[in-house]
Design a binder for this molecule. Structure first.
Ligand code: ZN
Length: 167
């Protein structure tokens, strides 16, 4: 039986809850989520907890904020005028961009609100500062294809779902 280790494609069913027990996301009733172990496809604390596990592993894994989406960085959201963005871009909450700061560093930002002509941007991931509870069931472990290893992520549940263009 193959164990979860670096470069394996792992299929998991998951339900993600926050510390208050509120469900944030789930694969229940749909396809399992494929990810490539050891390539940062999932949060570090979850990846580490699954290392060495096999099909059939089932548990609730609690991941502290610093092992998930990081601690809050202490900055407040900033309002940016709508016309600072390309007109054709459809802005919506939860979108992520990379912006360059004054030092030329690439900073990820998230749209956390749209208030009329003002777009609220936050440098904190929407789940930053949250302890996350992952209810996990491992339903598959397979070798990655050469293409998947090259890309650093799986291409679907079976690895043969063709190429996609979002990366
Ligand atoms: Zn790819």
């Amino acid at each position: 039986m193959s164990l979860i280790q670096t470069d394996k494609v792992v299929l998991i069913h998951y339900t993600l809850r926050n510390d208050e027990g509120e469900e944030l996301d789930s694969s229940a009733g749909g396809e399992p989520l494929p990810y490539l172990q050891g390539h940062g496809n999932i949060v570090p604390g979850l990846e580490r907890a699954l290392d060495g596990k096999a099909v059939g592993f089932k548990d609730i894994i609690v991941v502290a904020a610093e092992e998930a989406y990081g601690e809050l960085d202490g900055t407040d959201p900033q309002g940016v005028p709508r016309d600072a963005f390309p007109e054709e871009l459809e802005l919506e909450e939860g979108m992520q961009f990379v912006v360059e700061n004054d030092l030329g560093e690439q900073i990820p930002v998230w749209v956390i609100g749209i208030e009329g002509d003002e777009i609220l941007l936050d440098t904190n991931h929407p789940l930053a500062g949250e302890e996350l509870h992952f209810e996990i069931e491992v339903v598959g472990v397979r070798d990655a294809t050469a293409e998947e290893l090259q890309h650093g992520h799986p291409h679907g549940v079976g690895g043969d779902e063709g190429h996609h263009h979002d990366h």
